[in-house]
Write a protein that binds this ligand. Structure first.
Ligand SMILES: Nc1ncnc2c1ncn2[C@@H]1O[C@H](COP(=O)(O)OP(=O)(O)OP(=O)(O)O)[C@@H](O)[C@H]1O
Ligand SMILES: [Mg+2]
Length: 427
């Protein structure tokens, strides 16, 4: 792969050669000074007497040593600054690099998401991807399967009209330390002029099973399969929600559009969370959320009651995480229905399929979720299967009207993982 010199390294090399040059100049100056003194004193001093006075020695040893010391300090300081700048890319850096029509692309074989900028190689990728087939359409553009160096990649193409959505999604994927096995692996962002308009590309790992919605429509799942899906989605969400403090940390992130269409199923039956375009980041040290969030974003069917009736406390970041947990409960319900109990399983359905019309309005959802306080039905037969009984209990605890009483993603991950352990012991 062709790689361009990294800006940080260019700065580093430049600085080190400047230090070297400075040293050469100082030595030259010192010797010139001593030669002048010798020439001057040669006439006064008898031959055979030593030509190096204490002052001369001082000049030769002390001055260059001091200069060398200061230079090394300067060098180390510059090196440290360059590393820091490279480790924490900011919005301007990203805008610049995208303006350049360069992209940040990690090795495609890496899994998970997050920018990991020091490892990235700049190159224009759009021209080297060959689009193969359109695999889906969403609110923001179309998704294609493409080939890049013999491997499949997914390319989400936004029109320049949706530039803000593209930029936001790329920005979230570039969040430092975001990479995780249950978050869609980001590959690159690029813009491409197709002659008449500019396409904005978001390249990610390709998962041939498609979304969890597609997968559950097509297949039923075993108890083990259900547990793997549930644990992986809860793990991905727990990672998003978790704030890691420190220079190598990550902000807390709330997804705000969690649903089975925004989760993809990997070959091994586990899942990754995708579509981070509506996500918000939170930094607890300065207690700020990175964008002023509009109230009702996301997909109406999956909106928590406090989002639907607009009573959510936007000043508390925990509220966004709690709203995600409500949506996660609905996703778990979709999965659990496809798991057979005594050989019988339900057909695939969206949450509230039997209570609201196919494209429900906010009012439709408010009536059911807030006013009537209804939730998806948990079938009685789930009580006869330990894993499904636990799943049903978790769902109820995700759907409380009181958002603060809901489980956390980490708690759900741990509880569902324990179901696996119990199953193992029984086996
Ligand atoms: N990385 C991927 N690998 C494989 N298939 C993908 C990938 N990303 C998206 N898809 C497929 O493309 C479809 C469209 O995705 P997109 O995110 O644009 O819309 P959506 O999730 O269906 O709807 P929405 O706009 O509400 O998010 C998905 O449903 C999925 O089937
Ligand atoms: Mg989507």
């Amino acid at each position: 792969m062709c790689s361009l010199p990294r800006p940080a390294m260019m700065g580093f090399n430049c600085m080190s050669s400047r230090v070297h040059l400075l040293g050469v100049h100082i030595y030259t100056a010192c010797f010139a000074y001593i030669q002048t003194r010798k020439a001057r004193s040669g006439a006064e001093r008898p031959s055979g007497a030593t030509s190096w006075s204490r002052l001369d020695l001082g000049v030769v040893i002390l001055v260059p040593t001091c200069v060398l010391f200061v230079s090394i300090l300067l060098w180390v300081h510059t090196l440290h600054r360059q590393c820091c700048v490279y480790r924490t890319p900011n919005r301007n850096d990203m805008e610049e690099s995208l303006d350049d029509q360069r992209l940040m692309s990690p090795d495609i074989s890496t899994t998970g998401s997050g920018s990991g900028l020091p490892l990235l190689i700049q190159r224009t990728i759009a021209s080297t991807i060959i689009l193969q087939e359109s695999i889906g359409k969403g609110r923001f553009g179309e998704v294609w399967r493409g080939k890049w160096r013999g491997e499949d990649v997914a390319v989400k193409i936004f029109s320049s009209r949706d530039e803000k959505s593209w930029f936001r999604e790329v920005e979230i994927y570039q969040t430092i330390m975001l990479r995780h096995e249950n978050i869609l692996g980001f590959v690159a962002a690029d813009n491409k002029d197709n002659g008449s308009w500019t396409q904005l590309w978001l390249v990610s790992e390709y998962h041939e099973h498609g979304s969890m919605f597609d997968y559950l429509n097509r297949y039923t799942v075993s108890v083990e399969g259900m547990v793997v899906l549930a644990v992986s989605v809860a793990s991905g969400l727990a990672h998003l929600h978790m704030e890691i403090i420190g220079s190598q940390g990550k902000p807390a992130i709330a997804h705000r559009d969690l649903k089975s269409k925004n989760i993809l199923v990997k070959k091994n039956g586990s899942a990754v969370i995708a579509d981070l375009g509506l996500a918000v980041k939170h930094d607890s040290l300065i207690n700020t959320t990175d964008i002023p969030s509009n109230h009702r974003v996301g997909t109406k069917r999956y909106m928590a009651p406090e989002v639907l009736d607009d009573t959510i406390n936007m000043n508390n970041f925990e509220s966004f995480k709690q709203a995600d947990i409500y949506s996660l409960g609905l996703v778990l319900w979709e999965v659990a229905r496809r798991c057979p109990v005594t050989g019988i399983y339900e057909d695939y359905q969206l949450p509230y399929y039997d209570m609201v019309p196919s494209d429900p309005s906010v009012e439709d959802m408010v009536k059911v979720v807030c006013d009537q306080k209804l939730r998806p039905t948990i079938p009685n037969q789930w009580q006869s299967c330990e894993a499904l009984r636990v799943m049903g209990k978790i769902m109820r605890e995700c759907w409380y009207t009181n958002a603060a009483a809901r489980l956390t993603a980490l708690r759900i991950k741990k509880t569902v993982s324990q179901v696996t352990i119990i199953m193992d012991v029984k086996d």
